[in-house]
Design a protein around this ligand. Structure first.
Ligand code: NAD
Ligand code: MG
Length: 341
C-alpha cells in the first residue's frame, strides 16, 4: 500500500531548527525559498556571481549569498540548480561545505541515482520533489493549498532523514495536498518515463502527428491547430478535475464512442512496446549516459533538434493564433520571469 503523508504526519519543528540554503532561484528555487520563508523557516538563497535573479530574491525579502557561502552557512542544502549543472557546482562549491549531520536535499533524483553526485557518508541525502512546475508550487501555497510531492531518502545518517524531508514538505505546503513516500530510483525512473513517453514527448508527438495528418489531408492548419493542440488543455483540465469518466461525461456520446473505439488503435500494442523499450533505456542507464555525454559535448544534437522543432508549421500557425489570444499566455510569462538568472 502506498504511504502518503499529510499535515498531521509532519513535525514542523524539525525544519524550524535548521538553517536552510536554497541553491538556485529558477522555477523551483523561487517557490521553495518564498514558501519556506513564509512558513517561518530560516532560509537563505545561494546564487552564482552576477545572477540576474539576485534582485528578485532580495525584493521578495530573501537573503542572498554566493552558492558556496549559502551552503557553508546552512545545515540543510536544497539543490535547485539545473540537473545538468549540479555535478560541477557540487564539486566546486558544495562538497567542501558539508559537515557531519548536514542534510543534502534534491527535488529530482537524477544525479544521486545515476551516481553523478556522491555525497559523503556523514550527511543525510533526501528528496522533496513537487509534482508540479515551480510557479504553481508558489501560487497554490499563497492560496492556502499545496501541490502533491514525493519524498525519498537515499542516505539516512541521522536516522531522521525522512522526518526531516516531511517537515520540509510541510513548510513548502506540500503536506496540505499529500506527500507520497518513494525512492530515488522510483522517482527518477518514473519522472524520466513520464516526461519522455507521456507528458512532454508523448503529448507533443500525438499533437504533432494529429496536426500533420489533418494538414496533409488538405484541411486548414488553423483548424488542425485548434483541434489537435488548443483543445488538448480543455480536455485535460476535465480529466484533471473529474477523471477520465468525468471528461467522457462532459463530451458528446459521439466523442465518447470515438474515444473508446479509436483511442486504443492510436495507442496500440506497438506504442506500448515502444514505451517498454523507452523505460528499459531509462532503467539500464542508457538514456542517462546518452544525455550526460550530449551535455559534455556541448549539446550539438539537442541544439539542432530544438532549432528544427521551433520551425515546425504547428509552431508558426500557433504563434499567429495565440497572438490573437494574449489572455491565455500570462501564466507562461510568469514562469519565464523567474527562470534563467
Ligand atoms: P531552473 O532552470 O528553472 O532554475 C535553475 C536555477 O539555477 C536558476 O536560478 C539558474 O540561474 C541557476 N543556475 C543555472 N546554472 C547554474 C550554474 N552553473 N551555477 C549556479 N546556478 C546556476 O531549474 P528548475 O526547473 O527549478 O529545476 C531545479 C531542480 O528542480 C531540478 O533538479 C529539477 O529536476 C527539479 N524539478 C523541477 C521542476 C520544474 O517544474 N521545473 C519540477 C520538479 C522538480
Ligand atoms: Mg518532472
Amino acid at each position: 500500500m502506498a504511504k502518503l503523508y499529510y499535515d498531521k504526519d509532519a513535525d514542523p519543528s524539525l525544519i524550524k531548527g535548521r538553517k536552510v540554503a536554497v541553491l538556485g532561484y529558477g522555477s523551483q528555487g523561487h517557490a521553495h525559498a518564498q514558501n519556506l520563508a513564509d512558513s517561518g523557516i530560516d532560509v537563505r538563497v545561494g546564487l552564482r556571481e552576477g545572477s540576474s535573479s539576485k534582485e528578485k530574491a532580495q525584493e521578495a525579502g530573501l537573503r542572498v549569498l554566493s552558492i558556496h557561502d549559502a551552503a557553508d552557512e546552512a545545515d540543510l542544502i536544497m539543490v535547485l540548480l539545473p540537473d545538468t549543472e549540479q555535478p560541477d557546482v557540487y564539486a566546486r562549491d558544495i562538497e567542501s561545505t558539508l559537515n557531519e549531520g548536514d542534510a543534502l536535499f534534491f527535488a529530482h533524483g537524477f544525479n544521486i541515482h545515476f551516481g553523478q553526485i556522491k555525497p559523503p557518508p556523514y550527511v543525510d541525502v533526501a528528496m522533496v520533489a513537487p509534482k508540479s512546475p515551480g510557479h504553481l508550487v508558489r501560487r497554490t501555497y499563497e492560496q492556502g493549498g499545496g501541490v502533491p510531492s514525493l519524498v525519498a531518502v537515499a542516505q539516512d545518517h541521522s536516522g531522521k532523514a525522512r522526518d526531516l524531508a516531511i517537515s520540509y514538505a510541510h513548510a513548502l505546503g506540500a503536506t496540505r495536498a499529500g506527500v507520497l513516500d518513494t525512492t530515488f530510483s522510483e522517482e527518477t525512473e518514473t519522472d524520466l518515463f513520464g516526461e519522455q513517453a507521456v507528458l512532454c514527448g508523448g503529448v507533443t508527438g500525438l499533437m504533432q502527428a494529429g496536426f500533420d495528418t489533418l494538414v496533409e489531408a488538405g484541411y486548414q492548419p488553423e483548424s488542425a491547430y485548434f483541434e489537435c493542440l488548443h483543445e488538448m488543455k480543455l480536455i485535460v483540465d476535465l480529466i484533471y478535475e473529474e477523471g477520465i469518466k468525468g471528461m467522457r461525461y462532459s463530451v458528446s456520446d459521439t466523442a465518447e464512442y470515438g474515444d473508446m473505439t479509436r483511442g486504443p488503435k492510436v495507442v496500440d500494442d506497438h506504442v506500448r512496446q515502444t514505451m517498454r523499450e523507452i523505460l528499459g533505456d531509462i532503467r539500464s542507464g542508457k538514456f542517462a549516459e546518452e544525455w550526460i555525454a550530449e551535455n559534455k559535448a556541448g549539446r550539438p544534437n539537442f541544439n539542432e533538434l530544438r532549432r528544427k522543432a521551433a520551425e515546425a508549421p504547428i509552431e508558426k500557425v500557433g504563434e499567429e493564433l495565440r497572438a490573437m489570444m494574449p489572455f491565455i499566455s500570462s501564466g507562461h510569462k510568469g514562469v519565464r520571469d523567474v527562470s534563467g538568472g
